[in-house]
Design a protein around this ligand. Sequence first.
Ligand SMILES: [Zn+2]
Length: 936
Amino acid sequence: MAIFHLKDYKPPGFLIESTTLRFDLHESETFVRSKIRFHRQDSSLSILHLDGVELEALEFRLNGRSLATGEYELREEGVRIHGVPEFFELESLIRIHPEQNTTCEGLYRSGPLFLTQCEAQGFRRLCYYLDRPDVMAPFEVTIEADRDYPVLLSNGDCLAKGNLANGRHEVTWKDPHKKPSYLFALVAGNLGVLEDRFETRAGRPVSLRVYAEKSQIPRCRFAMESLKKAMRWDEDRYGLEYDLSNYMIVAANDFNAAAMENKSLNIFNTRLILADPATATDANYEAIDSVVAHEYFHNWTGNRITLRDWFHLSLKEGLTVFRDQEFSGDMISQGLVRIDTVTDLRENQFAEDKGPNAHPVLPESGASVDNFFTATIYEKGAEVIRMMQTMVGRPGFRRGMDLYIQRHDGQAVTIGDFADAIAEANGEDWRQFKLWYSQAGTPRLRVEEEFREDEGIYVLHLTQSCPATPGQKEKKPLHLPLALAFFAPQGQEIEPLSSAPNDQVGAYATGGFGTSAEIVRNSEGARLFHLRTRTARLQFTNCHTRPILSLNRGFSAPIEVDWDRSSEDLLFLYLHETDAFNRWDAGQVLMAREIQRLLQQVGAFGTSATQVGAFGTSAVADEVKARDPWAALPKSVPPAPPQTPRAVFSLNPSLLAAFQKILLDENEHAGLRSRLLAPPSISYLAQSLELFDPEVFERSYHMFLRSYGCSLASACRRVYDHLHGRFDDRTDPEARGFRGLKNWALHLLGWAGEGIEIARRQCETTRLMTDREEALAVLAQHAEAEGQKALRDFFSEWKHESLVLNKYWTVQAALRRPDTFARVISLSEDPHFPMRNPNAVYSLLGVFGDNLTQFHREPAAGSPDPYSFMSEKILALDRLNPQVAARLSSCFDFCPRQNPSSRARARQALGRTLNEKLSANVRELLARTLKVLEGR
Ligand SMILES: [Zn+2]
């Protein structure tokens, strides 16, 4: 396996002045004629090496002269042209077969469409080229095809159209902006179009077009509105206007990623364009808003300023993810979006940091560029940029962005160039801060408090560390910007820096411990403590009562906090904190503690004694009841709802009281209420365990939800009855919030054993896919006969709508039932399951691989093994589509936390797979996992 390294980067020896392409599309073959003007940069070079994969070269001409076979050399990874001068034009003619291409890279077919996906290295599959992002050129492209393909699109403006003989026609496009090859796009097909227009702030008209299958055009309206909102927002927030006269989006069924930001011609996975209430869920609507905006924002952060090389992928992705998060926050609510963002980050990126494939935001080496498209590059990259904004405030960040764009427009640059621009515009020194880019792993912060009541002194001890990751044993201390606030026990926020002795709620002054303990305000008023050392001690004097600290508000630093703080303080924050994120996070810790308590109990009693659903009278519940660790409770906690006899485990009464208060609090945003009430996911909780026992975990989680549901059942019914059907004609954030809350109540009723009839009715009568999918999940999880019937009905109604059918695979692959694996096997063998469609593969196999309690469950003797099953699927997929196969491979990341016999099964399955011929993508990931499993 060849490894390439960041330190080996060299500027290109040749630049390209212009690229002219002609595509001659046929059903059985495609000819690509290229005419490229080169300019040599390094005078010592006389050989030009061009990238090219699986191309059939028919002819090369240098400055118009046809080259003899000895003058060029074809290789597996490209072609070498000998004896090239300083300036020259190289023409080539090649033949390719998009109709046989199943990889969804390069030029390929999706149903009746021809389309391209060139990021990261797909362009070399359709043309010999300098396929690297720091080689940028203007493109002129002519596409010729049968008139059965009336829509022929490429980047830029349409220059000419014309009919040819034999029922063929051609269209020529010219993109005046220089761009790297990964932003090239071509689409040919018989598509419908939705048209609209936008006027930029400067008054320039832009024609907007969304292309899709003709029957789907009405379902493109929401995406069109999303696009216009994004265009306006980028002008308002960053002063960035669109720079061409047209902007096109094409929706394609078979697409590996979410979407692609090709200059002026975005190509989208249909699931992120098509929406109407009958077929798309509220979550789908939210994703469309955010991804349409994301791809649009790339026009400046990615396209006009691009990346020097693929190691710097986070230059454009971290920044653009950050920009789309800010956009969603402005459209919905910054607090809610922050909660969702961190939920994702913890489930995916923190897991990546703890697994065999942990890497820094700026990786140092790799075997496959495709494997750089990770949660670390995207989500952690966005967190690093968010910290910059937190430190300098939004106005300061805008100043930095202005400088970045003014300085680097039209260039291919590095992450360091970006960070320097933001720092310089704000007079900051971020040499230490930039370690966030090179150091892998999730930092941990240990927090200890000390309160000396008689002296009125409150002391905070902070210690940071970062666990070792592959290839990085020793870690340096990072610069952590920690946003914080203090509360008096009565609920008011108090000023930590005030030294006035007579402050009625208690005054706090910093002690004399140097600059590292200084609490500063950013330009937006947030209080920050900059932790730059391994340890810090903060002392506050004049404290009449112990202040309640809320630390890392808004998740200002993407870290894990070890803080054995009292449940009373957490409950206080859960009810009173005004920062939505920290309020939510306090609830997450409280719920995690309850689940942890159950885990210890269930684990201690073994798993063979009791069956799921039959815990009611077991010794477990009694034992747990006897050891309730909760002490005196803060004031202002409402009375707890009565626990019903069917609750199998005594949840903490104050927590239940808080749940009930939040569930019924009509003054609070419904979207926040449903988030505050949802427990941490299994995939997040499981990360904190050295050894993960799927059965014990499932039983504990089950018991938690069942007890929660039983105790709140009557409140859930009230909420359900009050909200059901009230906002059915709306898809705005407020309506989505109410539906989310109502469906959470339905899920809890399901766990309480009371939701079946309600779910059946909702499933059969609703017109909304959100309600249908949620009710289907409740039925499939909790009711055998009703669940089977609901699934059958769903399938027969939607079997011809591939996007909706994905929900059918997902609901079943996500079930936490003992028969989940058997269902996944049979669904994967169903002739309706399209193995070639990436969305379907992610919906069934991807979701099952992430279903920790089912995928890692040990098979009974003689039963199929989920690890072998998945590795065989990965092998089969690798032959069709290596990118999709590589994404599935991450399901093995969690195997090192399994018991020895499961680890042995995983070693066998991976060992067998690695003996086969594999793509570099899959080989790199599986080999790293196997290495960790073998303790190497
Ligand atoms: Zn992107």
